[in-house]
Design a binder for this molecule. Structure first.
Ligand SMILES: [Fe+2]
Length: 322
């Protein structure tokens, strides 16, 4: 990431205790920030944001109560329901809104995310991401996110409400089969994963309050349950030479597995073999020999206006299947 002039860096109170600074990326670490002091996250600001945010990048989900029942997770179509009604629906129902790539649509968020990473880079030895992006999460009391693993490395900046986060061991076959991770990297499956409650014995659990951020090793499975309040968090993702190497090796391993039947290839991210596998997969892709069908979850519910409302005109998602 290019360093900005010091005057452009927002003072967001980012801090990680010194004894955790060498652990960043290696184990879950909990730090501090002051994002919640920013006017960007008030109800009025969120309503205005929801009104102008490109709807094709705004994803809504509804869910059940049991983290083991992924079948209760539904993508929700929100149509042209306005920002105020959407926020009301979040407060009253079980909705999870993802404003994806908010850094692309909103300049203040781009600056915010850049400033957050500049602050992290200043504190964490050797941490120099070359790109970053973010998704704003606005979610209902007691809403949850099912057990999953993300391809990029990420940091969760918690801003409003309380939430509980479970983080499971990274790159451990007992919690995430390598084939599933390869498919996630290739974009051919959603990030959701098979989950058993017994996994929780291995989890690190944090109850986050506003002003805290949590980071975990890249690809560590995790899940989230909101406590009894509306939650606002910023999820940021960062990219480094190492994270790109992992991406390339896992995508190459998938190609060798799917196309040539190789199993349990090395996941080593450096050296001649990693380079050769990556090069082979790239050549195959360029020749059209690695066709991938990008997975997209389609809405199965939609948010509907109340026939007789109490002024808000929106009900929680019980809605019609599309
Ligand atoms: Fe995640």
């Amino acid at each position: 990431m290019k360093p900005s002039a010091p005057t452009s860096v927002l003072d967001l109170g980012v801090d990680l205790p010194w004894w955790l600074r060498t652990k960043f990326g290696q184990q879950p670490v909990l730090g501090q920030h002051r994002l919640h002091d920013q006017a960007l996250f008030s109800d009025d600001a969120l309503i205005a944001l929801l009104d102008r945010f490109p709807r094709q990048h705004l994803y809504a989900h509804s869910m059940g109560n049991d983290p083991a029942r992924l079948e209760d997770n539904h993508r929700v179509a929100i149509g042209d329901i306005d920002g105020a009604a959407l926020l009301t629906a979040v407060k009253a129902g079980r909705l999870w809104l993802n404003l994806t790539r908010i850094d692309r649509a909103e300049a203040p968020y781009r600056q915010l995310i850049s400033s957050l990473y500049e602050a992290l880079s200043a504190q964490i030895p050797g941490f120099m991401p070359d790109a970053s992006q973010g998704t704003l999460l606005i979610s209902s009391p007691e809403a949850l996110v099912y057990y999953h693993a993300d391809a990029p490395a990420s940091v969760l900046w918690h801003i409003r409400g309380r939430k509980r986060v479970w983080v499971y061991p990274a790159l451990d076959h007992r919690y995430l089969a390598p084939e599933l991770l390869e498919d996630i990297f290739a974009g051919v499956r959603h990030e959701y994963l098979p989950y058993l409650p017994a996994y929780d014995h291995a989890a690190v659990v944090h109850d986050l309050r506003p002003g805290q951020w949590l980071a975990w090793p890249q690809n560590a499975p995790h899940r989230v349950s909101n406590l009894d309040s509306v939650n606002v968090s910023l999820s940021t993702e960062h990219f480094t030479a190492a994270s790109r190497r992992r991406f390339r090796v896992r995508v190459a391993n998938r190609w060798f597995r799917i196309r040539l039947g190789f199993r349990e290839l090395s996941t080593r991210e450096d050296g001649a073999m990693a380079w050769a596998k990556t090069l082979t997969q790239r050549m195959a892709r360029n020749l059209g020999l690695d066709p991938v069908k990008i997975h997209q979850q389609r809405p199965s519910l939609r948010l509907v206006a109340k026939a007789s409302g109490h002024g808000h005109g929106v009900e929680a998602v019980t809605g019609d299947r599309e």
